[in-house]
Design a protein around this ligand. Structure first.
Ligand SMILES: [Zn+2]
Length: 320
């Protein structure tokens, strides 16, 4: 099983660039923060503390070169796990909050991903609790780059402090611009937050684990073929799931809800995609055939059909 999981072709659909920055790289970017202090940033008693840590890492990405460096490091780690396709979430909302110019940063990450073994697409996301106007600015930045590898627009951050209903117009604008839509929801809040994200037109749900508490919602996700981007370790580290065996991945899968497996923030949660599959096997009893089907979902639910990947190369072949 170990070798099989390592070599199996994989896709990452829920992966934050800023969350992939290792403490050692953070120290390299900001030598004024001692390495022990950098490591201390990566511990979070609760979900809000994690959001603050995410901001603390983001703050230390100061130049386009910094962003390029962390992109290269991430892609090396993905390639080593045979991740062949990745939709990387770039926190454009944080870039604007830092009052940085977005264009040179996006140019730098595009350049850094050129020539990688991993086929890369970008999702620009806004921070819910920053409000509507900054979210619209992110949508505009995404809309300007639909021909340059930006496939989708999303919202993340605090579901409590940035309710989905605020963003109806923003999502409508993004859709008209040709962007696909995703939203973090049902991570720290209940099923009603997932329904609200669906009302916005979200085509994939980041986490969405609270859906397990609402049979009608699970039926809706299954019938509409809307996948949940499941990130097991993330949910444990942020405390939204208290114990690994309480994670609802198996129940969601058994209910026929489409799922994809992801890392979310691999450095901040000390995980890898291969290890997430291993966890699914060891704790939740997923068989090789089931893991292959989930891996295939990573390609199937990509917002743009992977170009470099021939159907023979992916686990079961792209069936549609
Ligand atoms: Zn996320």
């Amino acid at each position: 099983m170990a070798d099989f999981l390592e070599t199996m072709p994989k896709a990452e659909l829920h992966l934050h660039l800023e969350g992939s920055v290792e403490p050692e790289t953070l120290h390299e970017l900001d030598p004024t923060t001692p390495i022990e202090e950098c490591r201390a940033i990566y511990s979070y008693p609760d979900f809000d503390a994690f959001l603050k840590a995410f901001g603390a890492v983001g703050k230390r990405l100061r130049t386009p070169e910094d962003y390029a460096l962390v992109t290269r490091r991430l892609l090396e780690r993905l390639a080593a796990q045979n991740v062949q396709y990745a939709e990387i979430i770039l926190a454009a909302g944080v870039v604007l909050w830092k009052e940085q110019e977005f264009a040179p940063i996006f140019d730098a990450v595009c350049e850094a991903s050129r020539g990688s073994a991993v086929e890369v697409r970008w999702i620009l996301d806004a921070v819910r609790q920053f409000g509507v106007e900054p979210a619209m600015r992110v949508a505009e930045l995404a809309a300007e780059r639909v021909d340059r590898g930006v496939v989708a627009y999303g919202i993340g951050g605090s579901e409590e402090r940035g309710p989905a209903g605020w963003f109806t117009e923003v999502f409508a604008f993004a859709r008209r611009a040709g962007l696909r839509l995703t939203a973090h929801a049902g991570e720290s809040m209940g099923p009603e937050s997932v329904w609200a994200a669906l009302d916005l037109g979200a085509e994939r749900i980041g986490h969405g684990i609270a859906s397990v508490r609402d049979p009608e919602l699970m039926r809706h996700l299954r019938e509409r073929d809307i996948p949940l981007e499941i990130c097991i370790t993330s949910n444990l580290v942020t405390g939204v799931v208290k114990r690994v065996d309480e994670h609802p991945i198996r129940q969601l899968y058994e209910a026929g809800v489409p799922i994809v497996l992801n890392t979310d923030d691999p450095a901040m949660f000390r995980c890898s995609l291969t290890e997430e599959y291993r966890l699914a096997a060891s704790v939740f009893g997923f068989s090789e055939a089931e893991l292959l089907a989930i891996a295939e979902n990573g390609f199937r639910y990509a917002f743009r059909r992977p170009e470099k990947i021939s159907s023979g190369d992916i686990p079961c072949g792209l069936s549609r």
